[in-house]
Design a protein around this ligand. Structure first.
Ligand SMILES: O=P(O)(O)OC[C@H]1O[C@H](OP(=O)(O)OP(=O)(O)O)[C@H](O)[C@@H]1O
Ligand SMILES: Nc1ncnc2[nH]cnc12
Length: 181
């Protein structure tokens, strides 16, 4: 497993993803778009053009952030929403939930600043992330935005990992396999 890679081509961009063991019986091809300006810039228009009419893009900290930024920019939306993984002292009246993704060993908080919750009340949002795997992160963001009174108009990611590729309710560009050990 050490030093092995998976070749991914998405939006015409090819990357060698390191295969990393994350559990006794599971490895993943590590897909990190943080810092990958070329990949984000290539993938974002392909997702943006498939989204319905929306008022806001919403993502979860951290790896979804550059994608949300670029998709929003392309759609001419001046502000997007980031659900954070901890409550910050500078937040006002945050609303919270909990999240457990394929890569998290323990439950994490997920929260929206009260001003962001207010901004999306009654609005149509697209939840955008780099990858959807178990779907837990997506569900947690969805619960949060629904608590805030928003309508989820689309769910989109660059990659659908494992069984997520079978979902009919998400938009994605490519599949990513899991590597059972
Ligand atoms: O469908 P799931 O099983 O929930 O997995 C997908 C989530 O996992 C990753 O985030 P991660 O939890 O690794 O956090 P990070 O972005 O803060 O690194 C990714 O950015 C998604 O948000
Ligand atoms: N393949 C992957 N790489 C990095 N983070 C992930 N989160 C879920 N799947 C992932």
């Amino acid at each position: 497993m050490e030093n092995s890679t998976y070749e991914l081509t998405v939006a015409g961009v090819t990357r060698q993803l390191p295969i990393i063991q994350i559990a006794p019986d599971l490895a993943i091809a590590s897909f990190v778009i943080l810092g990958d300006c070329e990949l984000v810039t290539a993938a974002a228009p392909l997702l943006a053009e498939r989204l319905p009419e929306i008022d806001y893009v919403v993502t979860a900290e951290a790896k979804g952030i550059p994608l949300a930024n670029e998709v929003s920019r392309l759609l001419g939306l001046p502000y997007y929403i980031v659900a954070r993984k901890s409550i910050k002292p500078y937040m006002n009246a945050p609303i919270t939930d909990e999240v457990n993704s394929i890569t998290t060993q323990k439950t994490q908080a997920l929260c929206l600043d009260g001003k962001d919750a207010l901004a999306i009340k009654g609005k149509r949002v697209a939840i955008v992330d780099d990858v959807i795997s178990t779907g837990e992160s997506l569900s947690a963001v969805e619960r949060l935005v629904e608590k805030a009174g928003a309508v989820v108009a689309a769910r989109a990611a660059i990659l659908a990992e494992g069984d997520a590729a079978k979902r009919a309710d998400i938009l994605f560009l490519e599949e990513l396999p899991l590597f059972p050990l």
